[in-house]
Design a protein around this ligand. Structure first.
Ligand code: HEC
Ligand code: HEC
Length: 156
């Protein structure tokens, strides 16, 4: 029982010291933790800088070299205002079968007209409807995390 008593006494003493210390004012927490965000963990978040995309209106852009086989080609032109929703898909109005020749746009890949089982469809597969999920416009942005990726040499 003696041991138990002295343990309780010690805990009470520690609690008293902590109470006095906390009455002396909130101690400043000093941390130096950075994530991918430029500011400290304890600071308010900064508004990220606006990203400038490099492409202009479709028609005069060079296609971007692919980095690996089966890569969804990167979008070389701007995509601002090209709506994709339930009723409208602006991308299809240039890249789909009846329009691509007149628009001088690359035709959508044949793979986009197949379902998961490989059955050929009349219309583009709904799994491919949200183009920007795979095809992305480009900006001159530095990678947030450095890496050693090398593109294949024979990109088309
Ligand atoms: C006004 C017509 C037009 C619209 C709308 C349009 N594109 Fe394009 N797209 C083009 C043309 C033309 C090119 C050929 C490069 C160039 O001249 O910009 C192209 C090139 C591309 C390429 C490169 C293909 C390759 O083989 O390298 C991709 C990917 C692409 N567009 C995706 C999209 C997506 C996604 C959207 C919708 C967000 C879209 N495009 C909307 C006309 C259009
Ligand atoms: C799930 C991912 C995915 C989605 C969604 C998707 N694509 Fe693709 N796309 C690819 C891949 C991967 C390729 C390259 C291989 C191929 O042609 O299948 C490609 C190729 C292309 C090409 C080049 C075809 C060629 O013959 O070089 C065009 C143009 C294109 N896509 C346009 C579109 C448009 C427009 C949409 C939206 C209506 C779209 N894609 C949706 C993955 C996708």
């Amino acid at each position: 029982m003696k041991i138990h008593y002295s343990l309780t006494a010690t805990m009470l003493a520690v609690a008293a010291v902590l109470f006095v210390a906390s009455c002396a004012g909130t101690p400043e927490v000093k941390v130096d933790v950075h994530g991918l965000r430029p500011n400290q963990l304890t600071e308010q978040d900064l508004v990220p800088a606006m990203t400038e995309y490099i492409g202009k209106t479709p028609g005069d852009q060079e296609k971007l070299v692919r980095s690996f086989e089966q890569q969804p080609p990167l979008v070389p032109h701007k995509v601002d205002g090209y709506r994709i929703d339930l009723k409208v898909n602006r991308c299809l109005e240039c890249h789909e079968k009846p329009f691509y020749k007149e628009e001088k746009a690359p035709k959508i890949g044949d793979s986009h007209y197949k379902d998961r089982e490989g059955k050929v469809l009349d219309k583009i597969s709904m799994g491919r409807y949200n183009c920007n999920q795979c095809h992305v416009p480009q900006a001159n942005a530095q990678p947030l995390v450095s890496n050693t990726f090398q593109p294949i040499k024979t990109g088309n």
